[in-house]
Design a protein around this ligand. Sequence first.
Ligand code: PGA
Length: 271
Amino acid sequence: MGVFYDMLQYPVMEKGKKIVIANWKMNPQTFSAAKRLFLGIKKKAVTLRNTDTVIAPPFVFLSSLSKLYSSRRMALSGQDVFWEKKGSFTGEVSTSQLKESGADYVIVGHSERRALGETNDMVHRKVKAVIKEGLTAIVCIGESEHDSHGAYLKFLREQLESALVKIKAGNLKNIIIAYEPLWAIGKTNDEAITPEKLHETILFIRRVLIEMYNKDIAFNTRIIYGGSVERGNAHALLIQGTAQGFLVGHASLDALEFGDILDIANQVIEH
Ligand code: PGA
């Protein structure tokens, strides 16, 4: 695709550790099941040198799960957050409450939140609040249709620019971009994005980051992929797709399958 041609001269960034995030969504239903799953994943996660594992459980399990590990190779994440610090906001959770509960990361702008009414402006406010608290924001962007004319690129650009507007370059180290095309979420690995399409889209995201910041920032910002990542497609999405990690939904609810994905990420040789 011509639009990406000028980007191909830049090195593909594969430096640094991979990061694999388990987005449990509204699962499992009990704490004992959450604990079992967490400990099953932990067994593998703590052995991996090249991969950081982040678990994003429902809010209510965060605090108890935070007592079950001490390894720096693991961390917890919120699945969402509110932008205000405190006050009369029934049902919301603040960044400091998340931090206090043991979270170092927060997923922001997941398509399932956007489908419930979250706007680009709300995503931006959340990103700002997360950074201010010293947490890392996992900023989700993704189109609902990957059309052949490239309209999806405009859509992605808008989501990215509005999420990061006025965010200073120095804060990008606390931001991970999660590219999650909606059409590839909750399917099986043969319906997920192809590694080639993923590579193109990641190059496009880096190009927008060059325009917003500079080359250094663009190639040092971590870009991960989410949408039907399973053990069967993880390797290709990392190698040919150039993802620097994953946001994993359904496959993160099975400790063995998720453990295999972690192993695959850990074995990707950096160059
Ligand atoms: P999936 O979900 O892996 O089940 O497609 C990914 C996500 O929504 O974060």
